[in-house]
Design a binder for this molecule. Structure first.
Ligand SMILES: [Zn+2]
Length: 274
């Protein structure tokens, strides 16, 4: 699933590619990805101009004039691809096409069909429980705020990192990478982690997320940006996807354990449980 860095890259790309374009028609190939009917979707967005594109948590949000917003959740396999006039866009996994007046297009592809596109007015966001409950953005919070989220919490640190209501945008890749950089075992109980280690985790998240954004995201499975190009952060993975391989820090064999229902790769030596 694309996480914060990948969704950030897609949003930044689309901001440049879509800004000021006017929606001329809609191609709802699979209306199941929309929150309402394709007819009402089309009626509302036709003629609307794109004001900009931004990210919140793992959502790509396209702001339109007339106070309308398209919120895309890419889930497991969703992709948003921009196409120039004449460029091939539709394939068998395309669920939605948005055609602009200058003949450029935006396509929403989703192999596993868990992703969606919601059309909202500004006031609708607070009534959308998923959105209203999202935790703070890790790159826009202070250590003080981070500590308030995690300090004295019951539960395992990895589970809390993945909980979008505690902190937004982190998934399996960046949880495992940050915990390794901070030297914290993924199954450690949050309330046992002292302040100086929470500070290390906070710093690790900043370093890992920023470097991943600078690298264009991670293309471990099928992630590509809005121009169809892969990222490069997978080349820097210390633990994710490296079960049984040597730790790049201490040469111990990396272990894997299920934490919060997710496979978690860690170094037993660099990330002791106690
Ligand atoms: Zn190690």
């Amino acid at each position: 699933m694309p996480e914060l860095p990948e969704v950030e890259i897609i949003s930044r790309g689309l901001h440049t590619q879509l800004k000021d374009r006017v929606i001329a028609s809609v191609q709802p190939l699979d209306a199941g990805c929309l929150s309402g009917t394709s007819r009402s979707f089309e009626r509302k967005v036709l003629g609307r101009r794109v004001l900009g594109v931004h990210r919140r948590a793992k959502l790509v949000i396209v702001d339109l004039d007339a106070d309308l917003h398209l919120a895309f959740h890419l889930k497991m396999t969703g992709k948003l691809l921009f196409a120039q006039p004449g460029e091939h866009g539709v394939d068998k996994h395309t669920r939605l096409g948005i055609h602009f007046a200058d003949r450029t297009r935006l396509f929403f592809h989703d192999l596993r069909k868990f992703g969606y596109c919601r059309l909202l007015e500004s006031a609708d966001f607070e009534n959308w429980n998923f959105y209203a409950e999202l935790g703070p953005e890790p790159l826009q919070m202070s250590f003080q705020e981070f500590r308030e989220v995690f300090q004295k919490r019951k539960g395992r640190i990895k589970a809390l990192l993945l909980d979008q209501r505690r902190i937004a945008g982190i998934g399996n890749i960046y949880a495992d990478e940050s915990l390794h950089l901070a030297g914290i075992h993924p199954a450690r109980s949050c309330c046992d982690i002292p302040d100086h280690q929470l500070q290390k985790l906070f710093d690790a998240l900043q370093v890992v997320l920023k470097k991943a954004i600078d690298s264009g995201g991670s293309s471990f499975s099928d992630y590509v940006n809005s121009l169809g190009r892969p990222g490069a952060y997978q080349d820097f993975f210390q633990v994710y996807g490296r079960r049984g391989l040597e730790c790049r820090c201490c040469e111990s064999d990396l272990a894997c354990e299920k934490v919060a229902g997710r496979s978690s790769v860690y170094c037993p030596c660099c990330q002791p449980i106690k």
